[in-house]
Ligand binder design. Sequence first.
Ligand code: ZN
Length: 245
Amino acid sequence: MKADAHRQWRLLDLQKLDTRLAQIAHRMANLPEAAAYQQAVAELDELDSKLVRARTQDSDVERERAKAEADVQLVRDRAARNQARLDAGTGSSKDLQALQSELASLARRQSELEEIELDVMERAETAHAIVTKLEQMRPERAEAVELAETAQAQARSALEEEAENHRRRRTDVAAGVGDDLLALYEKILASTGMGAAELRERRCEGCRLELMRADLDRFAKAPEDEILRCEECQRILVRTGESGL
Ligand SMILES: [Zn+2]
């Protein structure tokens, strides 16, 4: 294939643009801002799950507390009624004795229930404190998600803008390469990620290998418009003033 030197040089510009486009695509797929956003979302989700569990625990203990309180009140009321009857002094001495004995057992029962109530109250306080603490943490976590989302969107749009810019310039540059040479370049680009490389100081800038003496001699004698290929990596080799031929 033949193409004048200017068309060949354009391949090097095209390769620079394609390399940058590939870097942008790679960066876009591995955006640190995207990972940071995912992390922030995961942390908020974790907090919300903890909050759901803590609120459930809080309301369970609260129900337990209300029941313990009612149990104690029941015994207190009964004891108060017994005490009133005892104070009134009505009824047989046998009745009064029975009331006395029930009052004693109610007092024991009351102190048992009060201990249970105290324990439940302590647990209710702890459960409530956990909910409060998690609720206080939530706004900061939610804000972190919003900030991370904004940072991600900004990073993405900056890269998209740069890519769009490069694609526009690529269209212009590609137009000056010509269809036949462009097709060859793109075929090599698709299989190796690089279609054309500069022959610089007797080295292929694609595979970085120094060319064999025999190839260098052949390339030095080749007409300017002949398309050269690296014997090692098969990329299009573009001669410039720096080729050292
Ligand atoms: Zn090479």
